[in-house]
Design a protein around this ligand. Sequence first.
Ligand code: ZN
Length: 210
Amino acid sequence: MTSTVTALAPSTAVPTPGRPAPHIDTGKVADLIGRLLIELGEDPTREGLTGTPDRVAAWWSDFLSPAGAASATCFSESRLSDQLVVVGGLSVWSLCEHHMIPMNLQVTAGYLPEGEVMGLSKFGRIAQHFAGRLQVQERFTRQVAERLTDVIGHEDVAVAVRGLHLCMSMRGVRMEEARTTTVHAGGRFSTDSILSQQFLTVATAQWGAP
Ligand code: ZN
């Protein structure tokens, strides 16, 4: 089991399909944030808040337009057989669509290369791409898995996500230690229990405690 890949020539670049980044009118958003502050009993003209609406609007624009997912590059590598590749330590921030409160998603992805390997940095870009919107963890997990399946070109893809949802930690039940785990197991990961166990062992080791 390894994730070491060196000196490979690019063979294919698969464009990222799906949603175009929304056009954000930052002036309009800043105006709305100013009005929200007033409704919340604040004075948006007081010293500490004068730049806040503009900063918040700029942040929304950045968040909803994650860069760098334009293409995912694969590299020819014919001498791989039954090697499990696991890429972990991918940490992205998204927003829970039910409360518009942040959630941190730690992503581990695994696949079995067949003649090609995927550029390792692209895993993080794909995770960022699907995190940059109002989300739920379950849909995020499926979208990342489907995108990796498209790029890799076969179903032998597994994705495990551990989520820290601030909507559970700072409101409602206030369970700060709660973590939500979602797992997508495609192809041989769904039929080969040893393979899926290997993947989950690596994934959970990446996460550490709690
Ligand atoms: Zn929530």
